[in-house]
Design a protein around this ligand. Structure first.
Ligand code: NAD
Length: 360
């Protein structure tokens, strides 16, 4: 019997993305799977039920009830997990450790969970890397929000009403989101600087036309990520940054250390030292923010400086974010499908390192 792949409507508040696009639906059907979707799964991303049906999907309210493989963006609620088929495969951004009850629900049902945020960041995994694809959209949107909030142009303008100086934009953290933010701010004509604690980012920032801001701290960690700074390193970074920020118009914060709260980099005192009319967009708001004044989900004004802490920015660009997410998911699920049937090759590190709980 063909493997049944099921997708239900996302239920998390504000989530517009979907883990299956009409394009990946067609590919799954071509690979021999039966695809069942709940009507309306793509509404938030502007994919119609008709488009899925044309791609070979069956539409049913109970699309995931009998599914062997369930695809999602955010994890289903715990009652929905309890309603999945025993031993079903669940693929998505599941963050099982973030909620003990969710982990328990997955465990109790014997679900084979693949939280995609656990994928090792190897070259082979790049096509499945939802963290990267979604961070790209988040970095892009963060800069657009900053441009929208700023009482200034980003580009230099020479007009009959005189010359306008370009805005100075600083991107804090030059990972996937930060690099996309640099590229976007550059396209809008701003003077762009970036910094990071991983030394290899200097070349990446410069290749996008940005200037590397050297704050004298280098803290490369494992697996391509940063490590947390020591107290001395942090003090040095803070001292140099405080001085620099007095002449910056816009800060976009994207710094993160996996599994930890976002590093606090922009202090309240630094914000107080910025020019009125400056803007901070803190993409790290989700994990507490890089700026001490960030309130997740809100935009506050402190002494003339706007501090925005938008959440789930990838969902704001739901159509392209979903297209990319769905391709990532399809590429991962392809590892599990052998001639139309489910097969787990636990010697493949992409499966072995991603599955949760870890196998003994
Ligand atoms: P992330 O979201 O964990 O962190 C964002 C950035 O914040 C990182 O560049 C990090 O160095 C930086 N940062 C952390 N603490 C900081 C501090 N105190 N001050 C300034 N910056 C700080 O990381 P990410 O964007 O998901 O990925 C980071 C890197 O991992 C990528 O740039 C890339 O080199 C690598 N990567 C590899 C693959 C792959 O090969 N499959 C995929 C994605 C990313």
């Amino acid at each position: 019997m063909a493997v049944i792949v099921g997708v239900a409507r996302e239920t998390a508040a504000g989530e517009r993305r979907v883990a299956l696009s009409p394009e990946t639906c067609k590919k799954l059907v071509a690979a021999g799977a039966t695809v069942r979707i709940q009507p309306g799964i793509g509404a938030g991303a502007f994919f119609s039920d008709a488009a899925y049906a044309a791609a070979g999907a069956q539409l049913a309210e109970d699309a995931v009830a009998e599914a062997d493989v369930v695809l999602c963006v955010q994890p289903p609620d715990n009652a929905a997990i309890a309603g999945l088929k025993q031993d079903a495969v669940l693929v998505g951004s599941l963050h099982p450790q973030a909620d003990a009850a969710r982990g328990e629900a997955i465990h109790a049902r014997g679900i084979v969970a693949f939280p995609l945020e656990r994928l090792p960041r190897t070259t082979r995994a790049q096509a499945m890397d939802v963290l990267s694809s979604q961070a790209g959209m988040a970095g892009y949107k963060a800069v657009l929000i900053a441009a929208q909030l700023a009482p200034r142009f980003f580009p230099m303008l020479t007009t009959a009403a005189g010359t306008i100086r370009p805005s100075k934009v600083l991107i804090v953290g030059a990972g996937v989101a930060g690099l996309q933010a640099i590229a976007t701010a550059k396209r809008l004509g701003a003077q762009v600087e970036g910094f990071d604690v991983r030394p290899e980012t200097r070349e990446q920032i410069e290749s996008l036309g940005g200037k590397f801001l050297d704050l004298g701290v280098s803290a490369a960690g494992e697996g391509g990520y940063a490590r947390a700074l020591t107290d001395e390193e942090r003090a040095e970074q803070q001292r140099r940054l405080a001085e620099h920020l007095k002449n910056v118009d816009v800060i976009v914060c994207t710094a993160a250390v996996p599994g930890r709260p976002a590093p606090k980099i922009v202090s309240a005192a630094m914000v107080a030292g910025m020019k009125p009319g400056s803007v901070i967009v803190d993409l790290a708001a989700e994990t507490g923010g890089n700026c001490e004044l960030t309130r997740p989900g809100e935009t506050v004004e402190v002494e003339g400086v706007a501090v925005a802490g938008p959440l789930n920015l990838a969902s704001m660009g739901a159509q392209h974010a979903s297209e990319m997410y769905a391709r990532n998911v399809f590429n991962f699920v392809s590892l599990l499908l052998k001639e139309g049937a489910l097969a787990f090759d636990w010697n493949d590190e992409l499966l072995a390192k991603t599955v949760w709980p870890e196998r003994a």
